[in-house]
Design a protein around this ligand. Structure first.
Ligand code: HEM
Length: 482
């Protein structure tokens, strides 16, 4: 089981287990099924209490029930802290009472006389407690160990990680909730086609970063064009977000991976809002449209996203993959040989001329089929442009663009000259982790960037363990026009 799913299951198991245990232990203070609670306290404690031991234990029972309910509902974190302290106190009590007879488990010989005494507080004297059989050393040690383990588990699951925390597994679950599970396919950008070629650096990037990819020269590249969403057989539509994942193999053995899209801005600024948006914008597979009422509810909660979407949709779509501009969107940090670090973003500008997208033709795979035809005709090329930010530019928000006058450095040319069916492409098994960076490049403080790496890894782990169905774009499609 992948680590994050395992952690999620452990958290749920601990939440339910701890919550129920606390609630039932509290309830039992009124029924004395597990123990004779009126006799639980030490004689000294019973003597100094201003209320009877039975009443005291019932009050404790109410507290335990409240803690149990808190854990089981939305106050899991605070409830678990209280339970942890409570359990530690029980462990401490048992440690302190070693040698005595402090735990009031029901005696094995549960005679009617004992039951009568137990239900009558006046009959339940400390002396009676002392006459109960002492629980064994091993049992008591086991109790202490269980209490300490429960405390450690509680802190591990609820202390370090918030119980409602958005984990990579939950994000991937959300993709599956929206698009279903398609065996062996990426949970996002499921429909795609492999490509390969090279990147020729012109040396202009050396002053920005010591990364080997900027040294003058050519390096091999493996890539994958894709469409957004977890549907591997969706029809190509002009407005569906397009993706390009790239892996550069550097001469020193390092890899640089980047995954870019054709939108100039990311629609949201945090992974949490992205998670919410996925569901709100869930598309009807037949029409490709989202439910307007759900979209509106999302936009009411996040009004800042309305403007961002307007800017994204105002950008004209190009007719195909080959004349698409791809944006890296997230901010990265480049460090040069002199140790100077700058924030940057990057884009790929097509060298194929722009042509506006028209309506989708009847061919469900027209974008990919056109791409295959174009690459068979001649290699496709893009310029890799590094945009240099200033201290005024936000580094942690991919939904905000940087001013158009920022310095743009053309660092080299990407050439893609082979198309490869997913069944045979090396790109199929790669996950284009944007944090796979060579020395001289580093991630910024962008939370969207930071969540991508573990989410892609989670998606990869799931699909790698599944039997893969054939891709929409077949090996025969790729051979057409060769
Ligand atoms: C919260 C933000 C994001 C989440 C949760 C997310 C999630 C994912 C997932 C699960 C995959 C499939 C990974 C695999 O199995 O290989 C994927 C692929 C991809 N993502 Fe993202 N993504 C996010 C943001 C972005 C951004 C900002 C970009 C572009 C700048 C981007 C571009 C891509 C591309 C191009 C692919 C396909 C790569 C390939 O062909 O393997 N994503 N994304």
């Amino acid at each position: 089981m992948p680590l994050d799913r395992g952690l999620d299951s452990a958290r749920v198991a601990l939440k339910v287990g701890l919550g129920l245990a606390a609630f039932l232990a509290g309830l039992d203070k009124f029924f004395n099924l597990l123990a004779d609670w009126g006799a639980y306290l030490s004689p000294l404690a019973s003597a100094v209490l201003p209320i009877s031991a039975v009443t005291f234990m019932r009050v404790a029972g109410v507290v335990e029930m409240a803690v149990g309910l808190a854990i089981l509902t939305r106050w899991t974190r605070i409830g678990s802290y209280v339970a942890a302290v409570w359990l530690l106190a029980i462990a401490a009590k048992n440690l302190a009472m070693f040698g005595g007879c402090c735990v009031a488990f029901r005696p094995s010989a549960d005679t009617p006389q004992r039951r009568a005494n137990a239900s009558d507080p006046l009959q339940r004297q400390p002396a009676d407690v002392r006459t109960r059989p002492a629980i064994g050393l091993l049992t008591r040690l086991a109790l202490i160990a269980v209490a300490i383990a429960a405390v450690a588990g509680t802190f591990a699951c609820f202390g370090g990680v918030r119980s409602d925390a958005l984990t990579p597994a939950r994000i991937v679950d959300r993709f599956e909730q929206v698009d279903g599970v398609h065996s062996g396919f990426r949970r996002n950008h499921a429909k795609g086609l492999g490509v390969s070629g090279s990147f020729e650096s012109n040396g202009n990037g050396v002053r920005l970063s010591k990364a080997a990819v900027f040294e003058p020269g050519r390096v091999p590249v493996i890539g994958r064009f894709s469409l957004d969403g977890g549907q591997p057989y969706q029809p190509d539509r002009p407005n569906t977000r397009r993706g390009l994942g790239l892996q550069f193999s550097l001469p020193n053995g390092e890899l640089w991976r980047t995954a870019m899209i054709n939108f100039p801005l990311f629609p949201v600024r945090t992974p949490e809002i992205f998670y919410e948006r996925l569901l709100a914008f869930k598309q009807d597979p037949a029409t490709g449209e989202s439910d307007p009422s759900k979209v509106k509810a999302f936009e009411d909660r996040h009004p800042e996203t309305v403007d961002v979407l307007k800017k994204i949709t105002a950008e004209p779509r190009s007719s195909g993959f080959g004349n698409t501009t791809f944006y890296g969107l997230n901010t990265f940090l480049l460090t040069n040989a002199a140790g100077v670090t700058i924030p940057v973003r990057w884009i790929l500008k097509p060298m194929q001329p722009f042509e506006a997208a028209g309506a989708a033709p009847p061919d469900r795979n027209y974008l990919f089929h056109d791409l295959i035809t174009q690459v068979h005709r001649q290699p496709l090329r893009w310029r890799l442009i590094v945009i240099v930010g200033t201290p005024a530019d936000p580094t942690n928000d991919p939904s905000i663009g940087w001013p158009a006058d920022r310095e743009q450095v053309d660092v080299g040319t990407l050439t893609l000259d082979r198309v490869e069916a997913e069944e045979f492409s090396a790109a199929t098994d790669i996950f284009f982790d944007p944090l796979m960076l060579p020395s001289g490049m580093a991630p910024s403080d962008d939370p969207v960037l930071r969540v991508r790496s573990p989410v892609y890894s989670q998606s990869h782990t799931r699909r790698a363990g599944e039997t893969r169905q054939p891709s929409a774009i077949t090996p025969a499609d790729v051979k057409t026009g060769e």
